[in-house]
Design a protein around this ligand. Structure first.
Ligand code: DX5
Ligand code: ZN
Length: 240
């Protein structure tokens, strides 16, 4: 079974890194996953897209199902689909640890989040860059985490939407004002340069894609080392 608690960081803060599987070598995925596990990764981010909610479909249900028995990593599913309830049931059958649904595609968000939690899976609400935080107002009690998209969803390799840095800190403030302690996951252009700003703003789970974990400038282990340094810089930023 996947580790229950994330690795501890400075300040006792729990910062988790979730490599984005769609950015891995999909033709040698089992090897890629083993390499990530060997580097200490314990949470894998899967972008499940239906080519309708977003115009892309990098990975499918069969791939997630085939990977399940091959790793103890926790599976972090990011649904970018129109039929959330169908895909929630499908991945729950496979065996995953957390699922984020986009508020923009959820007809009955409260009910879908409740169904995820009823499966014993952590439920998250994902927000596109333009979507206001007020979309969370009436579902906070149903949430185990918030996923803030720092790029427009659908494709790897994009540039951060600058306003989303403010959105991360405003989300942290909103949760604190409501007396709610929830991890904030950030997804999109989580780069060596952006990580310190994202962590300082309040991000707890970082989805590592082409701009960090899978950056072509270094080996996985070197990239992860650079990420860890960037996280420490961000945590230091929280102290000021
Ligand atoms: C995009 C996905 C991201 C993406 C991140 O919709 O949600 O997980 O893979 O890739 P980079 O880090 O390249 O933005
Ligand atoms: Zn994602």
């Amino acid at each position: 079974m996947p580790p229950s608690e994330p690795r501890q960081r400075a300040l006792g803060k729990e910062i988790r890194l979730a490599p984005s599987v769609m950015c891995a070598d999909l033709c040698n995925l089992e090897t890629a996953i083993r390499e990530l596990e060997a580097s200490g990764m314990d949470l894998l981010h899967f972008d499940l897209m239906d080519a309708h909610f977003v115009p892309n479909m990098p990975i499918g249900l069969a791939l997630i199902e085939q990977l399940r028995p091959k790793t103890d990593c926790a599976f972090d599913i990011h649904l970018m689909v129109e039929n959330n309830d169908f895909f929630v049931e499908a991945v729950a059958k496979i065996g995953v640890q957390q699922i984020a649904v986009h508020v923009e595609s959820a007809t009955h968000l409260d009910r879908t989040l409740a169904v995820i939690q009823a499966h014993g899976i952590k439920a998250g609400a994902a927000l596109n860059p333009a979507t206001p935080l007020s979309a969370l107002d009436y579902v906070l009690a149903r949430l185990d985490f918030v996923l803030i998209m720092t790029v427009n969803p659908g494709f790897a390799g994009q540039k951060l939407v600058p306003a989303t840095l403010r959105k991360i800190s405003e989300c942290r403030a909103l949760l604190e004002n409501r007396g709610v302690t929830l991890p904030i996951e950030v997804d999109g252009n989580v780069s060596f340069e952006n990580i310190p700003k994202m962590v300082a703003a309040g991000a707890d789970i970082l989805v590592g894609g082409t701009s960090s974990v899978f950056h072509t400038s270094g080996l996985k282990s070197e990239n992860i080392q650079r990420i860890e340094q960037a996280i420490e810089a961000g945590l230091a930023g929280r102290m000021v």
